[in-house]
Ligand binder design. Structure first.
Ligand code: IPD
Ligand code: CA
Ligand code: CA
Ligand code: CA
Length: 259
């Protein structure tokens, strides 16, 4: 039942994403900065998702990017990013998705990430693996950072924090390590899970960016921690997700201890 509603809610959000994609005169507004956008599609997708979850489980806690925290229940917590990759979406770039994670008693248990524009539906359940369109997926088997393909993202603010995103990025780029920037943290994580990237790191993520995707990586055989190498919680900012084999070396690069 929980998985069924998760899939239904994800698909309901994706219907709105698809409906508004490339629509002329899309209503777009700014949040804190000029490029931190929210569109009418984000709101429509969020409403469709919340209505679906609420319709099935009226008492469950929902944390969703555009509307904040709704209803308190300690057992079930749905963490919703109605559109992850809003800037891509607003520019007609088909790298965006709906992302929903479900935490049960504090443990991320189910996750779904769906990009309807290229028809990729990622699903994970704790202890049961991760799938892409119903087929099991697994992380890559690269063993060295120098021959890895990485992905990252950048926050809109706090770029000058010590050992910040630009410093880390420069370290990899100066050594010729390819680092992509797709613009959707949820898709970045799923693509690590699918073995397309060997690692993903990002500073200052929010819980809704990573909730479903980090479970995807873990269930595909990868590893997710903070930048100290400690247990990852989506309620703290920094995330490193890898295939597991390059994880310890990635921590050294990120923390400026290598090369
Ligand atoms: C953003 C994307 C992006 C990441 C930003 C997020 P949004 O989410 O995940 O890849 O770099 O930090 O805010 O605003 O498109 O849902
Ligand atoms: Ca946003
Ligand atoms: Ca997001
Ligand atoms: Ca969003």
């Amino acid at each position: 039942m929980l998985e069924e509603i998760l899939i239904k809610a994800t698909r309901a959000g994706a219907v709105e994403l698809e409906r508004f994609f490339n629509q002329k005169d899309l209503a777009i507004s700014n949040k804190e900065g000029v490029n931190n956008l929210v569109t009418e599609a984000d709101h429509a997708a969020e409403k469709a998702i919340i209505d679906t979850i609420r319709g099935a489980f009226p008492d469950h806690y929902i944390l969703s990017e555009e509307s904040g925290e709704l209803v308190m229940d300690s057992t079930y917590k749905w963490i919703v990013d109605p559109i992850d990759g809003t800037v891509n979406f607003a520019n007609g770039i088909p790298i965006c998705c709906v992302s929903i994670g479900l935490e049960i008693e504090g443990e991320m248990t189910l996750g779904a990430v769906y990009n309807p524009l290229i028809n990729e539906f990622f699903l994970a359940e704790r202890g049961k693996g991760a799938t892409l369109n119903g087929h099991p997926i697994h992380v890559s088997d690269k063993t060295e950072v120098i021959s890895s393909c990485l992905v990252t993202g950048f926050p809109y603010t706090y770029l000058d924090m010590p050992n910040g995103p630009l410093e880390c990025f420069e370290r990899f780029i100066r050594k010729g390590v390819p680092v992509r920037r797709l613009g959707s943290a949820a898709i970045d994580l799923c693509w690590v899970a699918a073995g397309r990237f060997d690692g993903f790191y990002e500073h200052k993520l929010n819980a809704w960016d990573s909730a479903a995707g980090y479970l995807m990586v873990e269930e595909a055989g990868g590893k997710v921690t903070d930048f100290k190498g400690d247990h990852y919680s989506p309620y703290q900012p920094h995330l490193l997700a890898t295939n597991g084999k390059i994880h310890d070396e990635m921590l050294l690069w990120i923390n400026g201890q290598k090369p």
